[in-house]
Design a protein around this ligand. Structure first.
Ligand code: ZN
Length: 482
């Protein structure tokens, strides 16, 4: 990857994560060249390094979607206003953040057009044209696209006015089948985020207040950041027949009856990159999980005088890693000191650094440095490939383990309302508590502690509501959130 930074610029330290996680986050996003601010307020530029990470995320998910029978398509960016108005809850939920196009060139449009905040409306309209009989179902289409939601407060990746995502939209013959799809896609997200991004999650159903506007039920994957705030990382919605009724997606069933289809939608966005940065990064910068890291290993020759033999060896090591499928980069640029290069790749979170100097050559060894633990090791040249492969696995596991400790240590049981408030406001953690199911108590979580129900906890209800002491209906995770 081309590197235009001069020495001085990058060696400035980032704000320590423990001191101010918010400033640390911004420093790392900018210095690791993941993204940059754009001239348009609330929008970011995803730089090549950040985009390469997104492409790796896309590839893994896209393959899995297709394996499960989904196909990709593309729908228009613009949605006529009348379409959005058809599903009452949907329009009410999204109205405050829709961007509108009212002019084409110099002419006022007859009907204003929304820039899609999500595509249920336009896709629902198209499905109504495509579905005639039960034989046309299910339809399982995914779209990779950008969407716009006019946000007031924005932060790179975590909340931006325009962002990239995938949105899956399916239509089914029965509710059972649709519900299976919803849970299946939730599981796909969970496996991906935990196994590939090394971020442990809590997952489950959203409360009615927090569900997607227009859905019957929403299921979510929630990650807990080191500052105790939850980050909604992906959602899967059971839309029931709400959209099929609004957009007239009906079909002739085998019993001769006309019926409305059951639809679902599910999405994951560039926001997940914010989760990766925040969950794993440290004071030296990013720490990327090997499975999605754009560069998994960097080879740096340590060159003093006669450099030919060392440079040749560095090239050879690079080729050897490339041959076993490691995404490897050789940095043999002159004019940059090895120490400067080390900090640069640490900032960018490259999981493994390979150093090779004359002394190593003489001893037939290679030096490896792990980004996750900073552990430095010397291994025999003959064990190079096998060791690197093993380390990729170990680094992936270590990152997950460390993040899992945070999730476990920062999820605390609350048995009273005072305890709940203290968990959120003083301990800065996520609370696991019993709730009666009422909107009054849910509103109190927000009013008294700025926290929301992130999702239901499947564990058994074992007491009364911490808020009103009425019989408990759900165990829930409650936290402040990004
Ligand atoms: Zn209550």
């Amino acid at each position: 990857m081309a590197n235009q930074n001069n020495n001085k610029k990058t060696l400035d330290a980032v704000t320590p994560k423990s001191e101010d996680i918010s400033r640390w986050y911004t420093d790392v996003v900018l210095k690791a060249k993941m993204a940059d601010y754009s001239p348009v307020k609330g929008c970011m530029v995803i730089r090549p390094y950040g985009y390469a990470l997104w492409e790796n995320i896309q590839q893994i998910l896209d393959k899995e979607f297709k394996r499960l029978g989904h196909v990709n398509a593309y729908f228009p960016l613009f949605i006529p206003e009348s379409f959005l108005l058809k599903e009452a809850e949907h329009v009410e939920g999204f109205a405050p953040e829709v961007a509108w196009v009212t002019k084409g060139g110099n002419d006022d449009l007859e009907e204003k057009l929304a820039i899609r905040p999500t595509s249920e409306a336009i896709i629902g309209h198209m499905y109504s044209k495509w579905v005639e009989s039960y034989r046309d179902l299910p339809i399982k289409i995914n779209q990779w696209a950008n969407v716009v939601r006019w946000e007031k407060v924005t932060r790179p990746f975590l909340r931006t006015t325009e962002f990239l995502w995938q949105e899956g939209h399916t239509a089914h013959r029965t509710h059972e089948e649709a519900k299976e799809e919803v849970m299946q896609m939730l599981q796909v997200y969970r496996d991906f985020v935990e196994n590939d991004l090394a971020i442990p999650l809590v997952t489950g159903e959203k409360s009615q207040k927090e569900k997607f506007a227009g859905a019957l039920n929403t299921y979510t994957i929630e990650a807990l950041m080191p500052d105790g705030q939850a980050l909604q990382s992906g959602t899967s919605h059971d839309l029931g027949q709400n959209f099929s009724k609004a957009f007239d997606i009906n079909f002739l069933d085998s019993d001769g009856q006309r019926k409305f289809a059951w639809t679902t939608s599910w999405g994951i966005s560039t926001r997940i990159i914010g989760a990766v940065i925040m969950a794993h990064g440290d004071d030296k910068g990013l720490r990327l999980p090997p499975r999605v890291a754009p560069t998994q290993a960097v080879v740096i020759p340590i060159v003093y005088k006669d450099s030919t033999a060392v440079n040749d060896k560095a090239k050879e090591l690079t080729t050897r890693l490339s041959k076993i499928g490691i995404r490897v980069q050789l940095d043999d640029r002159e004019g940059f000191k090895p120490g400067w290069k080390y900090s640069e790749y640490e900032m960018m979170g490259v999981p493994l650094r390979v150093e090779i100097g004359q002394k190593d050559l003489d001893k037939g060894q290679v030096c490896l440095v792990r980004r996750d633990t900073s552990e430095k090791m010397f291994i025999a040249d003959s064990e190079f490939e096998a060791t690197v492969e093993k380390l990729m696995q170990e680094i992936q596991e270590t990152l997950f383990k460390q993040a899992k400790e945070i999730l476990e240590n920062k999820t605390l049981r609350a048995s009273s309302f005072e305890e709940f408030v203290s968990i959120i406001k003083e301990k800065r953690c996520m609370a696991d508590l019993v709730w009666c199911g009422s909107a009054e108590c849910e509103n109190k979580f927000k009013a008294e502690a700025g926290a929301t129900i992130r999702c239901f906890n499947e564990n058994a209800v074992d007491g009364n509501c911490v808020c009103c002491n009425n019989p408990g209906k759900h165990r829930v995770f409650v936290a402040r959130s990004y």
